[in-house]
Design a protein. Sequence first.
Lengths: 408, 359
Amino acid sequence: MNFDDTPEEAAFRAVVRAWLDENATPRHTQQDRFGAGLDHANYLAAAKAWQAKKAAARYAAITWPVEQGGMGGTAAQHVIFQQEEARYLVPAGIFEVSLGMSVPTVNMWATPAQRDRYVARGLSGADIWCQLFSEPSAGSDTGNVRTRATRDGDGWIVTGQKVWTSGAHFSDYGILLARTDWDAPKTKGLTMFILNLKAPGVEVRPIHQASGEYHFNEVFLDNVSIPDSDRIGEVNKGWQVMLSTLMQERLSVGGSFATDIHDRLVALARNTMWGDRPAIEDARVRGRIADAYLDQFGVELIIRRALSAISKGGQPGPEMALVKLVGAKAMLDLGGLALEIGGADALAGMEDLGSDWRWPEPMWLSAPGARLAGGTDEILRNVISERVLGLPVEIRNDRDKPFRELEG
Amino acid sequence: MNFDFSEEQRLLQSEVGRMLSDVSTSAEVRHVLEGKAAYSGKTWRKLLDMGAAQSAIPEAYGGSGLGYLELCLVAEEAGRNLAAVPLLSSIYLTAEILLRGGSAEQKSHWLPLLASGEVIGTAAFTPYQRIRDVAAPVLDGGLLSGVMTAVPDGGIADFAIVQAADTLVLVELRNRTVSRKAQASIDPTRPLAELTFDRAPAEQLADSSVARQVLDTAAILLAFEQLGGAERMLAMTRDYALERKAFGRQIGGFQAVKHKLADIYTAIEIARVHAYYGAWALSTGAPEFSRAAAAARLSATRAYDLAAAEGLHLHGGIGFTWEMDCHLHLRRARWLGQIIGSASLWQSRLADLIIVKAA
């Protein structure tokens, strides 16, 4: 049992580190942000410049074959690059959906023409992609898609509405799941398309989140014309394409959850007074910090187990479901604990409280979203109980009926 | 990176597991549960004959000289099969104190006897949590007087290592100067005894600073027993949920049941990674050892408590009968979770270690 690189992994890590040293700035804390202080347009330009550099060095898609723009490398190398990159100030989030889901999906199913037109530009960040699956009536029930795509000569006319589309406001393209056959059962009448977000009839409206931010959008499609050459995969086989998109995520080992919250809590509790003693001396606070460590370091160790499997050339198991289930809840519980330690003062707004207090309020306010996005807590528990423990799948009374006959 | 045990270690684990499932059956465990024996001699003998119990005792002292990683996996299988054996007392505590603090003569005298099973040892440290007001052991001119309560396997051990203030002393228990009273244990498969020393001859062993490392070592090994027990409860409960029907279908299909089992699984996986990290720290002598031990114990205690209580619950009424094994796990989880100090103590210790590190 060891946490060391194999000699090959160590050699690759050294090469990556040298490249990063030459091309990026190291970060100092887990909370430092790339492009801090830049306005949106300049941030986007800086992020794209970074991605272009990566793509030119073939680091944009390490496990892809060289002829597809990748490095022809292993999953372990992909993970090593991710780990090293995290030590530098690089854009986080802006390419997450694009390169984590959409572009790999296009690459997997692309016709030669689609590959030529879209993949290289996606890898270099010249085009940014979003993912248009969810709708007001299709969240956890992804198959309940109602956006309609109707044949029109050599192409399709699409009308409908998507919701919770992350990054649509700065995306160029998206992978779009639409219904093409209303007489087939639910998941058998769907087709995947490439949507040009700048096409006539596409309207992107930002969603104002409960946390105050605007990361997501509604996307309204009003008779949007899509050529058949922008169809991904076969007609009515879109569900399989959608499933392949979810499979892409298994290599994002690590996710975007903080794993140092217990240390941040120690810092806060040291500098907060409870009566005439620092809060860090209170047994209740100390107990909850110990509990925070169990989940925080636990998540980090679970990720290491997934990495071990990858390093040996195997597949990680259900680790990512566990990481998300525990990590998202931790944002709520530990963000809340931090605020609680501060009493009324902690309610009063970050500007007055100093740099130690910059993280609790945003973490706590965005926690409800984290527990819902990308698989709700309940869906994850279904996944664990069904796929890991072998328990019966949920009873469905809508799986085989023609979609036209279903209500709601 | 290999955050896992080796293939050879896994092979050993499955051999030990196979043996224990043949020998440490429900009937065998219940034999001890119902007071017909103080421990399962059969199971203990097999664990010794396989060289499993003595995995971490060097060959020079009659052990198998394999290592702590192997002993952790033996512990996991012992926990899974509710083995009613003196692993904690004789191996995790007594052998460890000797290895870490004994003189050359003490090691070469006692370790081979422990490793062969010829003797059983136990240990009693000054308890932090105390209900009864008894006279703490005191050393006077090489003679020990005082009382230690709730000593694991105190009734069957041949000798004990006892803490008297800042010293650890070795006392032979088959002696007129030692009286032992069996105490009813909440887990009768893991008996307890009260030991009263009345000017008992005591041999100096080490100063009590060795106790910290030994308790941390025991914490990690017990965490593997707790892990094994929790895994067994999860498997039993999952199997029951697939078998039992209500309202026309398997109860395992009801979401409340599914989700509760998913939560037990999650708690076990958190406990697993902390136990593994503890195994790594123990076997490499890493500086993180104490912190890893506290985290392993705390997460494993919670996981086993949850699996035992909620697993029994998901069995419905039949889970609450003497004849089902659910309560055997409930009792064992409670015993393991408190025998070297309960969760709150170890939570407090973990907090101290984290907060000091962050300074």
